[in-house]
Design a protein around this ligand. Structure first.
Ligand code: ZN
Length: 418
């Protein structure tokens, strides 16, 4: 059997495993939040606040979709014309065309071109979020954040590029196998180290101060059977007025994080409601599920990329001999960007299902639907979320159920619909 036949076979097996794992681990079937409750919830929100949130999103849209469009066009130009290969060759030239220099410097140069092309849109977005009072960041602090995220990206990207092109260099026919294992391993490793190595680059995390709230949260986690050593508070207020909480990490690095803005903006029982939602993520192992789905998906993508490499017309467009050569990084970027746009709505759909399950967990754990609804109203109002966004936008990008859906879920729960 040839390498190609093995690759096809492995890809099929991986996709079947991915489909089975997704089928059993994602809560596909949840009772929908009744639309009548959603409309009643919408009617209960102050009309001027709703109008302002919609204005805010309308103002963000040109920048968001402009970035998406330009990002795609630039990736396609880098990948489907000889430009990407030319940049890689130039980057390696001072080092005598050494493949390691091409892989590392060329790869980072191509990614940087793509990043810089959407930078004006990111700046435009910053102007809007400052104008609407969400962001409290100066341009200086915004720039520092940008440079930090590029530095983190360069380190992770550098390791990935060097690892990937070392494998393609030494195993030109079988790199798909080592690459798939390596890429999946990197996804798992990143899930572990993100909270301890990457998140502290951007925020300071301190254990929640001792007091009635902390005692109540730890007791809540205990009652839920989720061991939580600490609830961490992030100094989010240094860049935003938005309120949020999340859970990240795996096993020993798992933590529940609450924005400091939440503690100043929300009533203590609303914070309890938010943490109950995060405990739902922890209890249902949602980070682990996401990591496994990500690892399987990434492994499958590496193999698909290898198989795509036998499409000679595509290689001719990019002016490269092989999709495994550093010169083909632009082509890879184009394929990954396109695949990301296509997969986005599916990812958002899965995310909304998982978030709705965590909401149901919060309602069951606290038994306090009125507080849950008040908390959703607060989250939506402070963060200027469109409480009932247009369907098309909801379908392509909403990672969470809408504010009115979440309020409606609480109303249905209060009536005894579980
Ligand atoms: Zn959540």
């Amino acid at each position: 059997m040839t390498s190609r036949a093995w690759a096809v076979g492995t890809l099929v097996v991986l996709l079947v495993v991915l489909a089975v794992f997704a089928a059993v681990s994602i809560p596909w079937h949840r009772p929908p939040a009744p639309r009548a409750d959603q409309l009643a919830a919408l009617g209960s929100l102050p009309a001027d606040k709703v109008a302002r949130a919609r204005q805010f999103h309308a103002a963000l849209r040109p920048g968001s979709y402009g970035a998406m469009a330009i990002g795609l066009v630039v990736a396609l130009v880098l990948g489907l014309t000889p430009l990407g290969a030319w940049i890689v060759t130039q980057a390696g030239r001072p080092f005598g065309g050494n493949w390691i220099a091409q892989a590392l410097l060329g790869g980072l140069a191509v990614v940087l071109v793509a990043e810089v092309s959407t930078l004006p849109f990111a700046a435009w977005r910053h102007v809007i979020v400052v104008r609407y009072g969400i962001s409290t960041q100066s341009w200086g602090s915004w720039t520092v954040d940008l440079l930090k995220s590029w530095a983190v990206g360069a380190v992770i990207g550098g390791v990935a590029l060097l690892g990937f092109y070392t494998i393609t260099h030494f195993a030109p026919h079988w790199w798909w196998a080592f690459g798939a294992v390596g890429a999946a391993g990197l996804v798992v490793l990143l899930s572990f180290v993100l909270p301890v190595l990457v998140e502290p680059v951007f925020n300071r995390f301190t254990p929640m101060a001792a007091g009635p709230l902390r005692t109540e949260l730890i007791a809540l986690a205990d009652r839920d059977g989720v061991p939580v050593r600490d609830v961490l508070v992030a100094d989010a207020s240094r860049r935003t007025r938005a309120v949020n909480a999340y859970v990240s990490g795996l096993g020993p690095t798992r933590r529940i994080v609450v924005y400091d803005t939440m503690l100043t903006e929300a009533a203590p029982d609303e914070v309890v409601s938010v943490v109950a939602h995060e405990l739902g993520h922890a209890k249902d192992n949602d980070v682990l599920i996401g990591t496994v789905l990500g690892a399987l998906g990434t492994a499958a993508a590496v193999i698909a990329l290898f198989l795509l490499g036998s499409w000679s017309g595509l290689l001719r467009l990019a002016n490269v001999d092989s999709i495994g050569s550093p010169q083909a990084i632009g082509l890879m970027l184009a394929v990954v960007t396109l695949a990301g746009l296509v997969a986005g709505p599916a990812q958002a759909y899965v995310s909304r299902r998982i978030e709705a399950r965590a909401d149901a967990h919060a309602l069951a754990l606290t038994g306090a639907p009125a507080t849950f609804e008040a908390m959703q109203r607060r989250l939506g109002t402070v963060n200027l979320s469109d409480p009932d966004p247009p369907t098309w936008e909801y379908v392509i990008s909403a990672s969470h159920p809408s504010t009115v859906e979440r309020m409606a879920a609480a109303r249905a729960y209060a009536r005894g619909e579980r």
